[in-house]
Design a protein around this ligand. Structure first.
Ligand SMILES: NC(=O)NC1=NC(=O)NC1=O
Length: 243
């Protein structure tokens, strides 16, 4: 038995539920998924400011998960907010859904496209492609030009826009795979893969299986060097609970 903590870095309960369902759909029988989100922070993450605010909530959840003895962690926002800080704090493996989906895409295609939410989050995806070394694997990054929380408004409009953008990417980009660029899209991958006949990859499920693999291989975050636990010091005020 093992527990994998899946953190939705935004405070939307509906999106946490969507993410939890996608994680549980692929988790191994011996894996228990614990889905959480910060008690305070941003309702959705749509830029650099939101990511900075959300990162503190991610670290709070990582600390709580480590104290509960979880085997590993998933950061379920396409910006992978707080990823390296989370790896310092965690003892188990920490995988972000952007890096997980990008890695998976490179294993099934020579080029992939990304379909994300607002145009301004395109730059965040581009920063991650460079940081992870996948720039030359990614043909294009598209945005549905709708706010993140429209994915949870029940209208189906955002889901239809994702489908349209995936079809465009398949026809125009010369990509063999498509990466869904938002945790809130995690329930669309299977249907779109079947309908479009192209691997459409969700980062939540990819990250859950990568954490399971790391645990199975006995691999956890290296504490040799820059991902060692944070230097002990006295955090003050509202950050005391992170000590
Ligand atoms: N590109 C994105 O839409 N990132 C995200 N913002 C959120 O609040 N969750 C995501 O996955």
């Amino acid at each position: 038995q093992q527990i994998i903590q899946v953190i939705n870095p935004n405070t939307s309960a509906a999106m946490t539920h969507t993410i939890a369902q996608a994680a549980r759909a692929v988790a191994a029988p011996e894996t228990t998924i614990v889905a959480v989100c910060p008690s305070q922070g941003v309702p959705s993450i749509e830029g650099h400011f939101d990511e900075a605010v959300a990162a503190i909530g991610v670290l709070e959840q990582i600390k709580a998960g480590r104290e509960q003895g979880v085997s590993g962690h998933v950061i379920a926002c396409f910006g992978d907010p707080g990823l390296l800080a989370a790896r310092e704090l965690a003892s188990g493996p920490v995988v972000g859904i952007a890096e997980a989906s990008m890695h998976m895409a490179t294993l099934v295609a020579t080029r992939f496209s990304i379909v994300t939410t607002l145009p301004r989050t395109v730059i965040i995806a581009r920063h991650l492609l460079r940081q992870y070394g996948f720039e030359h694997h990614c043909s294009a990054v598209h945005a549905i030009d709708l706010p993140v929380l429209t994915l949870e408004d029940g209208s189906g409009l955002a889901q239809e826009k994702v489908r349209e953008r995936c079809i465009q990417a398949m026809q125009q980009d010369g990509s063999g795979a498509i990466v869904l660029g938002c945790g809130g899209m995690s329930n669309l991958a299977q249907t779109l893969t079947r309908e479009l006949g192209i691997p459409v990859i969700d980062g939540v499920s990819a990250a859950v299986k990568m954490v399971e693999s790391l645990v199975a291989l006995g691999l956890s975050t290296s504490k040799h060097g820059d991902l060692d636990y944070p230097v002990q010091k006295n955090l003050s005020g509202q950050f005391q609970h992170l000590n």
